[in-house]
Design a binder for this molecule. Structure first.
Ligand SMILES: [Zn+2]
Length: 376
């Protein structure tokens, strides 16, 4: 994580799948961030392109490219048009075949901001998503997504004003000329990104499905399954012959590929999310691609996340049935430390990232157990 990442808790709370707020943290000297794509080969003609958050700015959204007999299928289109153009350039290096199908995994804009780039590059392309995803994309205008970034700019400006007034950064270290310049640069970048997000051309899916959809291209079978992930009506892609499961944000990990999931969801829908994870565990898959981070070559992380959700749901229900009422009481009654150690056995415990995740999960399960009307 670097201070160049433009991310926002405000957007996170708007249910976008984004990282952690760091933009106002004290500035220290640092190397320029890596903004190149990473390519992983998942199978014959199947590639995972990973964009670092220093490039994609909201999240390091994964894109999977599948080269078929006659054409190419792509899963998700990045946070930025610029990143999508980089992926398209990589596709052109791999094959002259056109991209004919683009899948949008869910409505969070960091997964479909490049739609217009694909339409321009590959006329006639079909864009596939669930009906729910398409409806949400249609209902949530660009300002819905830019709003959180604009709020972040205001917070960054306030922090800089305070630092200028006191001569100190938020951690008490002196505000040097370099640090001031860097903080100003962060503000400018966030503001520019907010403008970019507000101006993303909203290109909607052209094919919408409800529960599942099977597509074929040449000899390759694509099974699209509607699930609950960090958004309802999310699509996961399963390639049965290749045993590859592309999860989008139905499964998320840290950008560097270890540690607990970095976010949950704004809605209180952990139980259906768990049901989706348990259903997907039963598929015969040897490669599992999360929404960001490297591909997994087994189902351990998928199963671990299911174990975490299930343990929290079970413990919250038990606490409520014992007569506990408030969120504070229920939070104190839940203990999933042993699962936390499984996420990052070598990290110092307790992992603060895990603690924050558990707190959010318990709050959401508490809400959904009480029909959305929980008491603090
Ligand atoms: Zn998401």
């Amino acid at each position: 994580m670097t201070s160049r990442r433009i991310v926002s808790n405000a957007l996170h709370s708007a249910a976008l799948c984004i990282g952690l707020f760091v933009a106002t943290r004290p500035v220290a000297a640092e190397a320029p961030p890596d903004t190149s794509l990473t390519r992983e080969v998942l199978g014959d003609g199947i590639y995972l392109f990973r964009a670092p958050s220093a490039l994609d700015l909201w999240t390091a959204t994964n894109v999977v490219v599948i080269v078929n007999d006659q054409d190419v299928t792509v899963f998700d289109s990045n946070t930025r048009a610029r990143t999508a153009r980089m992926v398209i350039a990589e596709i052109r290096k791999i094959t002259p075949k056109p991209v004919r199908t683009l899948i949008n995994s869910h409505w969070h804009q960091d997964h479909w901001s490049g739609n217009d780039e694909y339409v321009k590059a590959f006329p006639g392309i079909q864009i596939v998503a669930t009906t729910k995803t398409r409806d949400y994309m249609k209902h949530m205008g660009s300002l819905y997504f830019a709003d959180g970034l604009n709020a972040q700019v205001a917070r960054q400006r306030a922090a800089l004003d305070t630092a200028v007034r006191t001569g100190k950064q938020s951690d008490g270290t002196p505000l040097t000329a370099d640090a001031r310049q860097k903080l100003q640069k962060d503000i400018d970048e966030t503001a520019a990104f907010a403008t970019e997000v507000a101006n993303v051309k909203r290109v909607l899916p052209t094919i919408a499905y409800n529960d599942s959809l099977v597509l074929w291209s040449g000899g390759r079978e694509f099974r699209l399954i509607s699930v609950t992930g960090d958004a309802t009506g999310s699509t996961v892609l399963y390639l049965p012959a290749e045993k590859i499961l592309v999860m989008g944000d139905a499964l998320v990990t840290q950008e560097e590929g270890n540690g607990p999931p970095p976010w949950t969801t704004n809605s209180y829908s952990i139980t259906p999310w768990l049901n989706s994870l348990r259903g997907l565990e039963r598929l015969d898959a040897t490669i599992v691609v999360p929404g960001q981070g490297p591909a997994f070559h087994d189902k351990a992380y998928l199963e671990l996340t299911g174990d975490l959700f299930e343990s929290i749901i079970t413990q919250v229900h038990a606490a409520l049935e014992r007569g506990l009422v408030t969120l504070t009481e229920v939070q104190a009654a839940v203990n999933v430390d042993s699962i936390g150690r499984r996420y990052a056995p070598n990290a110092p415990q307790p992992d603060p990232r895990f603690k924050a995740l558990v707190s959010a999960l318990v709050r959401k399960v508490h809400q959904e157990s009480l029909d959305g009307v929980s008491k603090p």
